[in-house]
Design a binder for this molecule. Structure first.
Ligand code: ADP
Length: 258
């Protein structure tokens, strides 16, 4: 069975002061269906935003952000658990850092844990361990973490569910005439060097970290599909019906599809 990684951003999982329960349930239902076809690893943001639903600390203060993440992890996981229970899917939580990919020994540990988890038919939910770590030990965003997870677990594809429905020729929030790109086979240096533009206050990446993730994935001959996490129809069509209507596919070679 082929393997895929699905990454979901904070803005999809939370709304103002709460977990976005309906959106999370839609995501969980999609994953339950996708699991019939692929082995799935979920990379989930949202711990800090979930923590903020219980405790309104200033997330710009490093220690407060760590406390928010530690408060938010169990909130996020229990919310996932109650929803995955409906579909009889058992979950595990795996917290990683950039250092988990910095040597063969470390990487092998991660690979073995994820392999064993999947073999036991459990859905691994991966997040960056930003609680007991320094910034140097972290990717700083789950886009790049998910790209590394994709490569090192031998997954064929990374699907990023974002607050945006694809990659545009300019920022659609500033330019209403921006056009979506359906297939991207090359990313230019200047695209990777543009300023970071996360859309929500809990988002860390913006489009640049997604492009960096795509660059990494393409260099490893894998594919990345960027689509909306609010409306999951394009992800469902792409993954289950194998049709590409909306969303952007980053692929080094046009003939390589799932
Ligand atoms: P997420 O929460 O899914 O990680 P982010 O807010 O970090 O999402 O990043 C997506 C945002 O990047 C979009 O909402 C948009 O405002 C911004 N953006 C900037 N340039 C582009 C572009 N060329 N195409 C798409 N989105 C862009």
């Amino acid at each position: 069975m082929k393997r895929i990684v699905i990454k979901v951003g904070s803005s999809i999982l939370t709304e103002t002061t709460n977990i976005a329960k309906e959106r999370m349930l839609n995501l969980v239902s999609l994953i339950a269906d996708v699991r019939k076809k692929y082995e799935v690893i979920l990379v989930s943001s949202g711990a800090v935003a979930a923590g903020y639903t219980a405790l309104q600390l200033d997330r710009n203060i490093p220690t407060s952000k760590k406390v928010l993440a530690s408060v938010g992890q169990p909130i996020l996981m229990s919310s996932y658990k109650s929803k995955f229970d409906i579909f009889n899917v058992n979950i595990s939580q795996i917290l990683l850092t950039e250092e988990d990919f910095d040597s063969r020994v470390h990487t092998k540990i991660v690979q073995d844990i994820i392999d064993r988890t999947l073999k036991n038919n459990i859905l691994p939910i991966v997040s960056e361990n930003d609680i007991s770590t320094t910034p140097e030990q972290l990717f700083g965003d789950n886009d790049q973490l998910s790209a590394h997870v994709t490569y090192f677990t031998g997954s064929n594809m990374l699907v990023i569910l974002s607050d945006i429905d694809g990659y545009y020729d300019s920022n659609p929030k500033d330019n209403p005439k921006a056009k979506i790109k359906k297939i991207v086979t090359e990313i230019k240096k200047e695209e990777l060097e543009q300023s970071h533009t996360p859309n929500s206050k809990f988002a860390t990446g913006g489009i640049v970290t997604k492009l960096k993730a795509a660059q990494y994935i393409m260099s490893k001959n894998r594919e990345l599909f960027l689509c909306s996490g609010y409306d999951l129809s394009s992800a469902r069509e792409f993954l289950i019906e194998c049709t590409h209507n909306k969303g952007t596919l980053f692929t080094a070679k046009k003939d390589q599809r799932l």
